[in-house]
Write a protein that binds this ligand. Sequence first.
Ligand SMILES: [Zn+2]
Length: 337
Amino acid sequence: MLPTSARQLLVHAGETPAAAKRRPGFEIVFRRRPGGDGLRQHTIAETVSCTGTALYSGDPVHLTLSPAPAGSGVVFVRSDRNDRPEILAHPGVVQTSGPGMTLSDVGASVGAVEHLFAALFGLGIDNLRVEVDGPELPVMDGSAAPFVFLLRSAGILAQRAPRPVLRIRRPIEVRDGARFARIEPARSFRVEYAVEFEHPAIRRQEYRVDGFDSALFEREISAARSFGFLRDVSSLWNTGKVRGGSLDNTVVLDDTGVVNRDGLRWSDEFVRHKVLDLFGDLALLGVAIQGRIRVERGGQALHRRLTAAIAATPRAWRIGAPDAGAPRGIALSPAPA
Ligand SMILES: [Zn+2]
């Protein structure tokens, strides 16, 4: 977590929205309308659970999400271990190797967390306790939509503490040949993303996020699924490295098109999923972001390097409380640039 002057307030795990409302200092906000309250930190109102399949091990996993105090960030608990180790999510605990985003600290790790984080970023949820009874989160349908559904079912709770905003003052860029990820000063949170694959179903796809809010995230981005090429996924699935992989959680492409019987959710689902993954990485910063991000042919490695570079370059940004009239990061519609 980046430094925050947020005031600590307690929400009791398992507390109902009605009970939470009676406690001083809380207000229930169900952000159905775009442009909800992005000025303050948010958690969820009630504890919710789900069961799914782990992508890599193929094992069943039980996941429980609970409210957490303002300023506490996202904490993972390995509930299958007697010592119940807790991992606080921040860019410093992201493992540099391995597929999926894996957080590792205090001798424990939790993998495949990126789509949950994308949902948290998209809905503007800052504080959450995540209990999982295995080394990775369930893959669900390969998108962030099931996590959005779960978080919405729990209810989203505004906390009194302000959400800090990271304002970019100087560009930060990471490169890999012609591929790059860059963030530069802007009056709002904006993303321009491009992917390019020599495949008839993809070719070049560009996606622009401008005027971002949680409703737009839910409607246009959250349901975009992971994808892979048949030659790659069939060897991964068959050699047992990705035991839970299937057409239920991956868009698979053969030489000519999409293998999945129901096809795509959008013709540009591929670039939308890349944007979703980018959000999952940015969420680790634990702040709203004011800046324009451009990614050319990105992927997990570039997203991670950009997030790490932002965290490691404090002279390029300033953290502050959102001020009146200024664009407020992810949860509010930005002022016109
Ligand atoms: Zn992904």
